[in-house]
Design a protein around this ligand. Structure first.
Ligand code: EPU
Length: 419
């Protein structure tokens, strides 16, 4: 099995360039199949989820290629093929093909999506949205069957501003007849990125980034070029990492506005961060005060940064409590951090720490993507060598992580070891 090994204790210094947003990319690729000609996504991140989505494009008789950082999708010969096994089960975002295929062909058959286990992750709001647009839904043998005679615009109120449901409904509604209004929509930056791509393909979407999105359906969508926004979660991870292990690190190619809640929290802890138009500079490894964190929807503190921040809190002095209001079971990294010397108590959707704790290198497991990031940060500050297994989780969301960390002065490498 492949593991990442990190020898801790080497202070980091230099610049890290953040790649494009995973959670935009995984929506933009399925969105591209709605076009009748070539869509080019500029700045594609080098993550495994992209390969799986590319495989699904091929299963649908589309083609894709990579030229430098351009991801080129040709959906002109697309056929509506059921996506029930293989790549579809490898990531959560494969369910965006439901909305896109329903929009394009008025019919879709998709296997249940994979992705990180973070507690229950129902998709009832996605399905309610499709039903409101006129689809009938059948679930059978691990697959979801969607079919509509006609898709007709509707007013849809989301009980919770779900990112996934907002995106999936947008993907179907751009090809529905008439006006769809999504109320209590998610406001994450990735929603705006998707609205921008779809609008440049010819869609008529207003209000992306607000809680009311209005979509007037169109008959046809065309190819376009679109530059993907920077990854605020990768950026936030490197900011946390620099606070924990950096002398001085520039986190470049970001939109700091997307990270305001994080930056303010870290300043409350005593982390020294200077903010510029497209980068921040973090001077880390200083005395930090423990604080409480609560995750919430955008523009609140992102749940995807909660696990990296728990690692940072292990280095802060005093009592801190971290509450995840989005996912009830996103604390598996805490048990791994405890193997390294922390003493984190997990209770329901909260974790409690009373740091600082000295961390020691040992064998740990990346139980999910952001847990992996949390352990990488821990390994960078721990004494000795940490061995992280299940690295495929990390590769789903962090492009070129060894290269980026090596450039900052970390000692990190991959090895094949016996299970
Ligand atoms: N929810 C429902 N019903 C639904 C949909 C969601 O009850 O039909 C609940 C979920 O159970 C959860 C909450 O609503 O408690 C939030 O879920 P949401 O739908 O907003 O999240 P998602 O679309 O499944 C995306 C990101 C996640 C990120 C969340 C929250 C992608 C592919 N995934 O998930 O990213 O944590 O939004 O911002 O965009 C990650 O990158 O590590 C990751 C997990």
């Amino acid at each position: 099995m492949e593991v990442i090994k990190i020898e801790g204790g080497h202070p980091l210094r230099g610049t890290v360039r953040i790649d494009s947003a995973k959670n935009s990319t995984v929506a933009l690729i399925p969105a591209a199949i709605l076009a009748d000609s070539t869509v080019v996504l500029e700045g594609i991140p080098n993550i495994v989820d992209v390969k799986h989505l590319g495989t699904m494009i091929e299963q649908l008789n589309g083609t894709y290629s990579l030229e430098g950082e351009d991801f080129i999708i040709d959906p002109s010969q697309l056929k509506n093929t059921p996506l029930v096994e293989g790549a579809v089960t490898k990531l959560r975002a494969s369910y965006y093909f439901m909305g896109a295929l329903l929009g394009k062909f008025k019919e879709a058959v998709i296997g249940m999506p994979g992705g990180c286990y973070l507690g229950p992750r129902p998709i009832d709001l996605h399905l309610k949205g499709f039903e409101a647009l006129g689809a009938t839904i059948k679930q059978e043998a691990g697959a979801i069957y969607l079919k509509a005679e006609r898709l007709v615009g509707a007013s849809i109120y989301l009980d919770f501003p779900s990112v996934g449901a907002t995106i999936n409904i947008m993907l179907a509604a751009v090809r529905a007849e008439g006006l769809t209004i999504i109320e209590n929509a998610a406001k994450e930056p990735e929603i705006i990125d998707l609205a921008n791509l779809l609008n440049s393909m010819g869609a008529k979407i207003k209000g992306g980034g607000t809680d009311e999105i209005r979509i007037t359906g169109v008959d046809q969508l065309k190819g376009t070029r679109h530059a993907i926004i920077p990854d605020r979660i990768e950026a936030g991870t490197y900011i946390a990492l620099a606070a924990a292990a950096g002398d001085e690190v520039k986190i470049d190619n970001i939109i700091p506005h997307h990270l305001e809640a994080l930056i303010l929290k870290l300043r409350e802890m005593g982390v020294d961060i200077d903010v510029f138009a497209d980068h921040v500079i973090v001077r880390g490894r200083q005395n930090m005060r423990a604080v409480d964190f609560k995750t919430s929807i955008y523009p609140g503190l992102a749940t995807d940064l909660q696990q990296p921040l728990v690692t940072l809190l292990t280095q802060a002095t005093g009592f801190g409590m971290v509450t995840d209001n989005i996912y009830s079971d996103r604390f598996k990294n805490c048990y791994e951090l405890n193997k390294m010397g922390a003493d984190i108590k997990v209770n329901g959707n909260a974790a409690m720490l009373n740091g600082p704790y000295s961390l020691m290198g040992t064998r740990v497991k990346a139980t999910d993507l952001r847990a992996g990031a949390s352990l990488v940060i821990a390994a960078l500050i721990a004494d000795g060598v940490t061995e992280i297994s299940n690295v495929y989780h990390i590769d789903r969301g962090y492009s070129n992580i060894e290269e980026k960390l090596t450039n900052l002065g970390a000692k990190i490498w991959r090895e094949e070891v016996e299970e």
